[in-house]
Unconditional design. Structure first.
Length: 167
């Protein structure tokens, strides 16, 4: 009886958990995105002032509940010396959000290079990365690498222009 009830409870209330990496160059807006997501989706969360966000050394972890899903975000530091740590998290994550500051044209090439990691890293990814929301051509215009080099075959991907400040 206990097993039955606990199974029913889990079915009704337990959320599916997914780990999402937030990557991108330093100053791209990763932590701002995480703070805004927590503020927007977590009812009782009192967001910190965006002006108080400083560069991330290590990682920030944030949880956001969306419907029956619990998203555990890992926001990693984007400074060059920290980028070598990114691939240590791929095997554990279900998806990646790669943040690019599209107004920082001088660093678009650098951003593309930082994400254009060897296919080996990406083959460790599993789970859908999200619905396709734009074409490869549009992505390419903004400096994103061609899909084949950064998204494993059969995985979903999307390209979503947004602002994390004017929301
Ligand atoms: N205009 C504008 N500014 C933004 C946006 N997102 C972030 N910023 C600003 O960009 C700066 C850097 O934001 P962070 O969130 O600290 O960047 P980060 O990617 O976490 O940087 P690291 O922790 O160093 O890797 C801050 O001054 C933010 O206010 C945005 O959507 N629009
Ligand atoms: Mg940060």
């Amino acid at each position: 009886m206990y097993t039955l009830l606990s199974g029913l409870y889990k079915y009704m209330f337990q959320k599916d958990e997914y780990c999402i990496l937030i990557l991108g160059l330093d100053n791209a807006g990763k932590t701002t995105f995480l703070e805004q997501s927590k503020t927007r989706f977590n009812k009782n969360y009192k967001g910190m002032s965006l002006s108080k966000i400083t560069t991330t050394v290590g990682l920030n972890i944030g949880t956001v509940d969306v419907g029956k899903a619990r998203l555990m975000f890992w926001d990693l530091g984007g400074q060059e010396e920290l980028q070598s740590l990114w691939d240590k998290y791929y095997a554990e994550c279900h998806g990646v959000i790669y943040v690019i500051d599209s107004t920082d044209e001088e660093r678009l090439a650098e951003s593309k290079q930082a994400f254009g990691l060897p296919p080996l890293h990406y083959s460790q990814l599993y789970g859908p990365l999200g619905p396709a929301s734009t074409t490869a051509q549009e992505a390419s215009t903004l400096g994103a690498p061609p899909r084949a080099s950064w998204c494993p075959p059969g995985r979903g991907w999307g390209w979503i222009p947004c602002s994390c400040v004017d929301v």
